[in-house]
Design a protein around this ligand. Structure first.
Ligand code: PSV
Ligand code: MN
Length: 392
């Protein structure tokens, strides 16, 4: 396919409608268990995180929502935080619960054998629903660190039963138009078994709960070689893909910039998404970044991520669907594959630059942000206080 100088009108429309939610924690310091490095200008409170997230949106035009993690992003007045976000051109998105950092949850949270600990974990989620309402959001995300490290440590079956019961109570707290999404992850921090390790387990719990419960797929939460686009197709087919956490991995849950490790995987995933029109807002799938920027500049990392997704989505939308359907019908294996690869290899950067300029955005948002002086300004202004990071 030759390099197009402009995007076809329908592709441009789809791209203009496509938005990505950014994570508040992506703007704080993060690292590994070995070291969390600080960076000048890192936000010291949720307000500063939102101000930084607003930069990602201002330069890309595609990232108008920011997810909060609770209690990391606890503030006195969530109404005031919401107003601040509005002033910054942002809305507050999914509320992520957190039952993985308290001593009480050492042996589990919603699955814990002790009723009092389970009660505390359930109440935390009900509190998250209050935060969700105060922030104007309608979605809560549950990811559990629950699991065991050794065979025989606890009853796998009993933990599933307790999980189902806990989730039922949380689900009962949802109002009309609200939803909970349940994220799975195959290991870490638990190393023998995890209580919600895969899409099947998450889906079974969601099906038992009802239509307001959906699955979250996070790219980094699979064993190497897993065909993620297949999972996407399955969940969309059941109308149960609630959210998609973008990032990329080389080894485990690396949380690297989306599209950095394997751009072709991202293309295959987005192609499957476009096949079922799930990239359109009407699908209700919340596309978000779940990333940490340990070494690179955080806002630049977020902007690069949004651009990577946008660029790859444009390629996926350029697949000649009619020709592909025809080749598939004729079982012309290599022709079908060539049609897909043609779109993947198309250089959409010039057309995207023109598309952005038409929208009043910089042709190269990444370069424009670097030249804006924002990072130097916040590094000079944000002196004193505690930089936010993993755990607060
Ligand atoms: C867990 O690894 C996860 O992907 C969940 O979405 C968490 O909420 C997020 O990372 C940040 O800890
Ligand atoms: Mn995630």
């Amino acid at each position: 396919m030759p390099t197009p100088s402009a995007l076809p009108a329908e592709v441009a429309r789809d791209l203009a409608d496509f938005t990505i939610e950014v994570p508040s924690w992506g703007y704080g310091n993060s690292g590994t268990r070995f070291k969390v490095f600080g960076t000048p200008g890192t936000p010291r409170d949720p307000y500063e995180k939102i101000a930084d997230a607003a930069q990602t949106h201002a330069f890309t035009g595609s990232a108008p929502r920011v997810s909060l993690h609770y209690p990391w992003d606890r503030v006195e007045d969530f109404g005031a935080l919401r107003e601040f976000a509005t002033e910054q051109g942002m809305t507050l998105g999914m509320i992520n619960s957190n039952t993985f950092q308290d001593d009480e949850y050492k042996f589990g949270s919603l699955t814990h054998g002790d009723h009092a600990v389970r009660r505390r974990a359930i109440d935390h989620h009900l509190e998250c629903l209050d935060v969700m309402r105060a922030t104007g959001s309608t979605e809560m995300k549950i990811w559990l660190a629950d699991g065991t490290n050794y065979a025989g440590q606890d009853s796998i079956r009993a933990r599933q039963d307790r999980l189902a019961e806990s989730l039922r109570e949380i689900y009962g707290g949802l109002g009309e138009g609200e939803r909970l999404v349940l994220e799975y992850k195959f290991f870490e921090p638990a190393f023998y078994h995890t209580d919600v390790p895969d899409w099947g387990t998450s889906l079974l719990h969601c099906l038992a709960l009802g239509e307001q419960a959906q699955v979250v797929l996070d790219t980094g939460h699979h064993a190497p070689g897993t065909n993620i686009e297949f999972i996407v197709a399955q969940l969309l087919r059941q109308d149960r893909l609630g959210a998609f956490d973008f990032n990329s991995r080389n080894y485990a849950d690396d949380d690297l910039i989306v599209g950095a490790a394997d751009p072709f995987q991202l293309f295959r995933i987005l192609f499957e998404i476009t096949q079922q029109e799930a990239h359109r807002p009407a699908s209700g799938v919340n596309f978000m970044l779940d990333q940490c920027h340990n070494l690179e500049s955080k806002i630049q990392g977020q902007i690069r991520s949004v651009l990577n997704v946008q660029e790859t989505l444009a390629k996926a939308l350029l697949v000649d669907r009619a020709a592909l359907a025809d080749a598939q019908e004729r079982h012309d294996v290599l022709e079908a594959n060539t049609i897909l690869m043609d779109a993947f290899w198309t250089d959409v950067r010039p057309a995207l630059a023109a598309f952005r300029e038409e929208q009043g955005l910089p042709a190269d948002p990444f370069a424009a942000f670097r030249a804006s002086g924002y990072e130097q300004k916040v590094a000079a202004d944000r002196v004193g206080g505690n930089q936010m990071g993993w755990g607060a």
